[in-house]
Design a protein around this ligand. Sequence first.
Ligand SMILES: Cc1cc2nc3c(=O)[nH]c(=O)nc-3n(C[C@H](O)[C@H](O)[C@H](O)COP(=O)(O)OP(=O)(O)OC[C@H]3O[C@@H](n4cnc5c(N)ncnc54)[C@H](O)[C@@H]3O)c2cc1C
Length: 470
Amino acid sequence: MDIVKDLRAIVGAEHVLTSALEAYETDWRGVFRGRALAVVLPADTTQVAAVVAACAASRVPIVTQGGNTGLVGGAVPDQSGRQILLSLKRMHRVRELDVQNATVTVEAGCVLQTVQHQADAAGLLFPLRLAAEGSCTIGGNLASNAGGTQVLRYGNARELCLGLEVVLPDGRIWNGLSGLRKDNSGYDLRQLYIGSEGTLGVITAAVLRLFPRPASMMMAWLSVPSAAAAIALHEHAQRQLGATLTAFELMGQAAVSLADRHFPHLRAPAPDSSPWFVLLEQSSDLPETLARPRFEAMLQAALEQRYINDALVAASIDQAQRLWHLREAIPLAQAREGFNLKHDIAVPVSGIAGFLDAVETTLRERLPDIRLILLGHVGDGNLHYNVQAPAGDDGAAILAQHQAWITGRIYDAVQAHGGSISAEHGVGAFKVAELAARKDAVALDLMRSIKQALDPLQLMNPGRMLTAAR
Ligand SMILES: Cc1cc2nc3c(=O)[nH]c(=O)nc-3n(C[C@H](O)[C@H](O)[C@H](O)COP(=O)(O)OP(=O)(O)OC[C@H]3O[C@@H](n4cnc5c(N)ncnc54)[C@H](O)[C@@H]3O)c2cc1C
């Protein structure tokens, strides 16, 4: 096709792939598989702009891909074979690290872990932390407004970004690479692009905020008698630790047991001993000798209040890392275990215990043997309400048969509790129909108006996030 010839002329023939594309065309979970016209790998922003302009001229749709770790099928093409897959993985330069301004400017294909390491080498912290950090990219993090385990203290990707460079759907480059903390000179276009999931343009670079590195970290693995106790513990820990509380991860017993079974070398502490576990982390400006008493006093009071039954305080960095790996291994264990349904949802923190009770009761009435793999960044009200096929040969068939009913009941309860059906993973292809059915009609109209204004040819990630009309 002519467009492929045009693209080869822009990025070089060796950077336009037309065969053996499966790794690009299949999402991380292996649930979404599409077919691309070609995979294009530009080297810089100018090439991205030229690729986008050529596609616009030929009316060829573009799906942008970073690390392809997204969980909602937003970064892989559809089945049409007409879409270009634009991979930014060659664009991984760190353009500038400004220690005094506490910012780093990176290209969108830069892997999150690289940014963390660069910040660390400068004695600073880039606090976005998630299990896919070894392969997800800054562009993907911003396009999906990633969350992760430190949102409680530092906010999600949206709050960690000061400036953007974006290639617009017509091929123009918007240079918004500002490192300013204050800039009220009009609409905040940066925030429009963050979380837009590739539907409004291609993020090519970003200015990210850095923070002072904590002097000490304390971490505890806690056995918690109930979800309500976990929420009470969260409130208690926030009062006692203030801004030094950096992580509060809730995990159900089935989730920890599953990770333990698939990753026994991580040595889960007594995985069957409690219905719930919490991984709690304090990061302090004070050295450990001064920070530890406050942490231990908080735990002691939590024991007395019966918010927790038992506490294991990590005795070394190694042990703390092993416990973090255990938490991060849960989605990997689910993938190994086989067919499961993922629901990345948010409800107000105060509603979490009631939500969990209500949904479990509803689901178990019809499917008593269903396996609920529950975990979440509870301080943000974000739950991963995951449902694994019941054990046994016909488990997957049972789950498949009831899939729509299960998801419907979970999302009904989310709405009844004033929540959101997409907390941090985005909408992608996965939730596009649910969003159209459940989001406020006026909000949907506004979103469609923005899409129409910025991408009138509907070429950027078409069919993702938004449907044409209700
Ligand atoms: C094991 C595991 C754990 C995870 N844990 C978390 C977690 O704790 N919190 C969380 O938020 N997410 C989590 N995720 C989901 C995923 O890692 C994040 O959404 C991540 O931010 C995606 O980055 P990526 O580079 O892989 O993006 P991709 O998957 O490549 O793309 C994601 C979306 O962004 C768009 N996009 C990508 N790059 C650009 C760009 N440069 N410009 C415009 N659009 C672009 C794509 O079109 C797609 O719609 C997890 C995933 C896995 C596999």
